[in-house]
Design a protein around this ligand. Sequence first.
Ligand code: ADP
Ligand code: MG
Length: 238
Amino acid sequence: MTSVSIRDLTLKFGSLEVLKSLNLDIDEGEFLVLLGPSGCGKSTLLNCIAGLLDISDGQIFIGGNNVTWSEPSERGIGMVFQSYALYPQMTVEGNLAFGLKNARMPKDQIAERIARAAEVLQIEPLLKRKPAQLSGGQRQRVAIGRALVRDVDVFLFDEPLSNLDAKLRAELRVEIKRLHHRLKNTMIYVTHDQIEALTLADRIAIMRNGIIQQLDTPHEIYNRPVNLYVAGFMGSPG
Ligand code: ADP
Ligand code: MG
C-alpha cells in the first residue's frame, strides 16, 4: 500500500519551474530520504506535500486520499523544520499542548499524549522549561514531540539536524531511526547530507533541478548509480 503518492507535480515560482512534473511513491511505514544539493527543490516538494504551497499542476495523495487541495491540518502530517519554530514564551509542555488545545482535545487526553511523547523522546525532565533554557538538540526533540503528540500518519522532516554540531547530529540520527522503528510511521526526510541519507533511509530519492534522478535502497544507489551525477554526488566507487 502506498502512503504518499505524487503525480506529475509541477510547481513554479513566477517563471521559475522548481518542480518539473515530478512523480514519487512512498510506501506506508517507509523511511524515505530526499537527498540533493541546496536549491534543487527539496523544501519546495516537502511544502507541497504539507499543503503550504499551491501547486501549479499535478496531484498529491496521502493514504489513498486526494489531498491536492486540502488544508494542511486535514492531511494527517506533522512537519519538523531546521529551525525549531517553538513558541518562546511557552514551556515545553505548553508547546506540546498548543495544537491539541486548539483542536479542543480533552485535558486528560492531552496529558496522556504529552507523557507518551516525552517518554519516547526522553524529554520528561524538560517539560517545565522554556525553549531558551534548552540546548539545540533538546529543542529539536521538542519540535519532533509536537508532531508526535498529534499522532500523525506521516512525518515530514526538513533538514532537522543541520543546525546541530556533528556529535549531536550523530546522536539524534540514531534517535530518529529508533523513533521510526518504534512508531513505524511513514517518514519523509530531507537532507543534503549523504551520510545522513545512507544511515537513515529505507530508500533514497536523489533529486536534482526539480527532478528525481534515482529512487532506490542506499545499497543500490551507492553501488549502482544510474548516471554520473548520482555517482559523483554519492561518491560511489567508480
Ligand atoms: P532546497 O530545499 O533543495 O535547498 P528549495 O526548495 O528551497 O531548495 O528551493 C528550490 C528553488 O526555488 C531555489 O532556486 C529557490 O531559490 C527557489 N525558491 C524557493 N522558495 C521560493 C519562493 N518562495 N519564491 C521564489 N523562489 C523560491
Ligand atoms: Mg531546503
